[in-house]
Design a protein around this ligand. Structure first.
Ligand code: AMP
Length: 363
């Protein structure tokens, strides 16, 4: 607990009003803390469960100043918020995680360079500015790879898988001058995420490694624990938890940090980091003593971190688009934890909710 820890009825400002903001606000309420959501979208899911809400654009400096004046600390729930927005708020109130973490996570080039500089593996990557740099990079990767925009990519958006048959002119036309990198293809066996929380006092708490299964580039199912080879003792610097702690310390991070990785044999390659609570961590709400949402609130409020240990194994499945219509069946399953986000429109692929099923711990 820090000396300036937030007490009952203090207010946490949350920039962004999606389902992550909603679940953060609910977790804050459980701890007696108030929340104030800042979100341009009038129909955002978090607005339904918060004490106060500001609907204004991310570049509305007057609204951002008023929001800052009304809260005690600020956090954000997605990484595509302009850094200028966070800097404006940070000049007025403490913001966790810092704008630096956001800046690194917003740019794939900076992100991969940072991870490499900390001594961890990433896929080979190359800066792409034009046809010549793309040709040169493809020579290095053996003719295949994934072209990714440096900024604003998520759930497979802003990505092109390239091989010998690809029409590179068309791809560059679609890229439309945006900054990009080419990544070598990683022949991964599994995709996992490591969630670590770091408190304002620098202490850390890690969740067990979670395994992720995607469909159409969107997370479909996460399982706890991941089926990882049990080969790395805690003292090994490549141990997933040691890696997560090192990255969190290097960013002087406060809050929950998600690190998405590929598993290739005994190697762990970092794909990307998310400076926020993460979809793959939703199962921690039900399967761990303290879930990721409460943990994030504890961290930014200056509280002691909670126990991240799992009491159960778990499988979390996202409800996308009209899968939300299954809710009566899911609600009828007594051992299924149902979480719905209150979104009014079930567009195709939109995250509408998730369900978590627990089972006895196997390890
Ligand atoms: P990302 O937007 O970077 O999270 O990528 C979305 C998905 O594309 C990942 O979850 C992987 O399934 C796949 N992917 C991304 N980068 C690579 C890579 N370098 N090699 C193989 N698959 C990848």
């Amino acid at each position: 607990m820090t000396t300036d820890a937030l007490g009952p009825n203090a207010t946490i400002g949350i920039i962004g009003g999606g389902q992550l903001g909603r679940m953060l606000a609910l977790a804050a309420a459980e701890l007696g803390l108030r929340t104030h959501i800042y979100c341009p979208d009038k129909d955002c899911p978090a607005a339904q469960v918060t004490d106060a809400v500001t609907h204004a654009a991310y570049d509305d400096t007057e609204a951002l100043s008023a929001f800052s004046a009304a809260v005690d600390v600020v956090t954000y729930e997605f990484e595509n918020i302009p850094v200028a927005t966070v800097n404006h708020v940070a000049a007025r109130k403490p913001v966790f995680p810092s704008a630096k973490a956001l800046e690194v996570a917003q740019d794939r080039w900076q992100e991969k360079s940072f991870i490499r500089a900390q001594g961890f593996e990433v896929a080979d990557f190359f800066d792409i500015t034009d046809r010549a740099s793309l040709n040169a990079a493809l020579q290095e990767t053996g003719g295949s790879g994934i072209l990714k925009t440096r900024h604003f990519g998520y759930d497979g958006k802003g990505q092109w898988r390239l091989d010998a048959d690809s029409d590179l002119d068309k791809v560059l036309e679609d890229l439309d001058g945006r900054a990009a990198i080419l990544e070598a293809l990683v022949p991964f066996e599994r995709e996992v995420s490591i969630l670590v929380a770091r408190g304002r006092d620098g202490s850390t708490a890690c969740y067990d490694v979670i395994e992720n299964f995607h469909r159409n580039h969107t997370l479909h199912t996460s399982t706890l624990p991941a089926a990882l080879p049990d080969h790395l003792p805690d003292a090994d610097p490549a141990n997933p938890h040691k890696m997560a702690e090192k990255l969190a310390h290097a960013l002087d991070y406060v809050g929950v940090l998600a690190i998405e990785c590929f598993v290739v044999g005994e190697r762990l390659l970092v794909n990307e980091i998310a400076p926020r609570v993460h979809n793959s961590g939703h199962l921690t709400q039900d399967a761990c003593h303290v879930g990721q949402f409460e943990q994030h609130i504890r961290a930014i409020a200056g509280w002691t971190l909670g126990d991240a240990t799992a009491h159960s194994d778990a499988v979390m499945t996202n409800l996308l688009g009209d899968e939300i219509d299954q809710w009566p069946d899911l609600a009828a399953q007594k051992a299924t934890h149902v979480h719905l986000y209150g979104k009014s429109e079930a567009r195709a692929g939109r995250k509408m909710g998730h369900v978590t099923k627990l089972s006895a711990k196997t390890r």
